[in-house]
Design a binder for this molecule. Structure first.
Ligand code: PEP
Ligand code: MG
Length: 659
């Protein structure tokens, strides 16, 4: 008995929707198959189902054979036709292997030995702060099987051993999932791995190999490689990334089989610097983060999963060292500077003393700053300066709140788009923005519309090859050319505005028409939501001032928008014509250059004259040495990384005290 339908599950049967579909199918006695393009797979295996790569709007057939076939068809077809079945939460979206593709860290070169003979390496400054401590090298050895064929009488025992190991891995993952301490993000990671460990594709393949005479470890390695290769071959970024998940689960099973399960981060000594080529999601989820003094990794970059976790737990981190990380395998002690992205191997006495001093001073400063968490900085004339946070994911909310953020001055939505195999849905975006609005209400949450260009490709948008991507099709330019993507985001923002104080700002604005066209789209979205009876509310629309053109037309822009937020990172590169990523022109990339400062002043003047709020969300907003200047220019909102908030509040209070 079979029935065909068009799949409406949002984003198709990717990881979690496939697992839920399998769970549903397993509830029926009947044999159930899903057929796409003539290929039939068991509907009771989530790996096989994922490999079928069923996308939204594709036609499939469900075939059921058995006593409850009618009920099975009814339930499974109902599931496939339900768009909401595909809605993952943010946590699930961060599957363990997802971080790998997020940020291609630049391949940094070593710099000459530092004074005193210490060996200094340079990577990506991924989480600020200083640390010095014993090195804890985490380079799990490659696993190899016995490489001999089993005798016939050994096979049954080997299968039992294998099944026990699989059970142990599943139990451990279940145990981890039951811990309250697991964050939503980490829970999603472990749940995705648990699904693979519980699926008979991997275990069935491995058992087949053991029956053929292979030892269990060799069988698991081969089975994992076979299934991972299938995931790699599918024409879909998200499913390609599942290959790493399969290897991760296979590795866990092998470690149990080899009795080497103690290769974990659980034993990391207090204050140690964790050194790894890459830190697996499973290891990370179990790591005692409070004990880790710092993190150094060959892989990763500023937006990778490990960087986000390190920042939100206040752990200094230098990532993206590439092969240089191998030089740290035998290090005894390591000093790291998470602000500059430096790592020093076995520092000499002078360097040790220097770092110990910096760590102590930083701890002292942090302790002294905590009183500013609840302070509302006010100037002598009574004006309140809002000190807000720049974040890019929901995981960072806690760090921002802990620091005392008075709302969010910049929510970078790029990560939301880069983490998914397809463009994020309106529902998923609306839920994310609503969660932010609720977390900070009544303070404002300023969401920046998608600011992406050819230098950071995302699934679902074709970017042309460009000679100068920073001057090309990015930010508001791309959004206005792709109203399908832009309207989805604007609708989600209008819906989220019901839940708090959402404001929206446009990146890379260089012409008034961009604001006007956006307003037309916002009006269209509002009318659509009204007609559909979907709850929504209006929001203030502002612009980032980050191009010289925006500065020069600031008086006209100020008449059309509710606020300005100065993006000094881009404004500096465009005013100075100095690529912000090019170290050879780093000297010119200086916000304090009179050209840039006068652009900021012109912007502030235009905003103040028009009576709109002028804020800043570029890195300069968090610089205590510049804050007084900006405030005197008329800025009333400064948004920065959570780690800078208390220091900034202190600087404003000091300024107020001086009158
Ligand atoms: C800026 O340009 O200053 C800014 C805040 O935006 P981003 O760094 O994301 O380009
Ligand atoms: Mg910018």
């Amino acid at each position: 008995m079979e029935r065909s339908t068009i799949v409406r599950v949002h984003e198709g049967l990717h990881a979690r929707p496939a697992t839920r579909f399998v769970k549903l199918a397993k509830g029926f006695e009947s044999d159930v198959e899903l057929i796409k393009d003539g290929k039939a797979v068991s509907a009771k295996s989530s790996v096989k189902l994922m490999l079928l790569a069923v996308k939204e709007n594709q036609e499939v057939t469900v075939r059921a054979n058995g006593a409850d076939a009618i009920e099975a068809l009814e339930a499974l077809i109902g599931y496939l036709e339900n768009p909401r079945a595909g809605l993952d939460d943010e946590a699930e979206a961060q599957s363990p292997a997802n971080d790998a593709g997020q940020e291609a860290a630049p391949a940094p070169g070593s710099v000459p030995a530092a004074p005193g003979g210490a060996n200094r390496l340079r990577g990506v400054a991924a989480s600020e702060g200083f640390a010095i401590g014993p090195a804890f090298a985490h380079f799990p050895p490659d696993i190899a099987g016995q490489g001999r064929m089993l005798r016939a009488e050994e096979i049954k025992g080997e299968i039992d051993r294998f099944r026990t190991a699989v059970g142990a891995v599943q139990a451990r993952m279940d145990h981890a999932l039951a811990q309250d301490s697991l964050s939503a993000g980490d829970r999603g990671i472990v749940a995705a791995l648990r699904d693979i460990a519980a699926d008979d594709s991997l275990t069935g393949e491995a058992e087949g190999l053991i029956k053929g005479g292979n030892d269990a470890v060799s069988a698991v390695i081969t089975a994992a490689s076979t299934i991972a290769a299938e995931f790699s071959a599918v024409d879909d970024h998200y499913l390609n990334a599942r290959a790493d998940d399969v290897h991760a689960v296979g590795r866990q099973i092998c470690l149990v089989l080899l009795g080497q399960d103690d290769v974990s981060l659980e034993n990391i000594p207090e204050g140690a610097i964790l050194i790894a080529d890459d830190i697996g999601a499973w290891d990370l989820a179990r790591a005692p983060l409070k004990r880790i003094g710092g993190v150094v990794c060959g892989h990763g970059g500023a937006t990778s999963h490990i960087a986000i976790i390190a920042r939100s737990h206040g752990i200094p981190a230098v990532l993206g060292l590439g092969d240089q990380v191998n030089a740290l395998r035998t290090a005894r002690d390591v000093a790291l500077d998470g602000n500059a992205g430096h790592v020093i191997i076995d520092p000499d006495e002078a360097t040790r003393a220097d770092f110990a001093g910096r760590v102590e001073a930083a701890a002292k400063e942090r302790a002294g700053l905590t009183v500013f968490k609840t302070v509302t900085p006010k100037l002598a004339d009574g004006r309140i300066i809002e000190v807000a946070a720049n974040i890019g994911s929901l995981e960072e909310i806690e760090a921002a709140q802990e620091a005392g953020a008075m709302g969010i001055g910049l929510f970078r939505t790029e990560l939301l788009f880069m983490r998914h195999m397809h463009l994020p849905s309106e529902d998923m975006q609306a839920e994310t923005y609503a969660a932010l609005a609720k977390a900070f209400a009544p303070y404002p949450v300023i969401v920046r519309t998608l600011d992406i260009g050819g230098d950071k490709p995302i699934a679902g948008i074709e970017f042309p090859d460009e000679e100068n991507p920073f001057l090309g099709w990015r930010g508001i330019r791309m959004c206005l050319d792709r109203p399908d993507i832009f309207k989805r985001q604007l609708r989600a923002l209008l819906r989220a505005a019901v839940h708090g104080n959402i404001k929206v700002m446009l990146p890379m604005v260089s012409d008034l028409s961009e604001v006007r066209q956006t307003r037309v789209l916002v009006d269209e979205c509002t009318a659509e939501l009204k007609a559909e009876g979907v709850p929504h509310a209006s929001f203030d629309l502002g612009v980032m001032i980050e191009t010289p053109a925006a500065v020069l037309i600031a008086p006209a822009l100020a008449k059309e928008v509710a606020f300005f937020s100065i993006g000094t990172n881009d404004l500096t590169q465009y005013i100075m014509a100095a690529d912000r990523l090019n170290p050879t022109v780093a000297k010119l990339n200086d916000v304090t250059n009179p050209a840039v400062m006068s652009a900021i002043e012109m912007t502030a003047k235009a905003g103040v004259a028009a009576g709109i709020m002028v804020g800043m969300c570029g890195e300069a907003a968090g610089r205590p040495d510049l804050i007084a200047t900006f405030v005197k220019m008329g800025l009333t909102e400064l948004s920065m990384s959570p780690a800078s908030i208390q220091r900034a509040k202190k600087a404003i209070m000091a300024m107020a005290a001086e009158g």
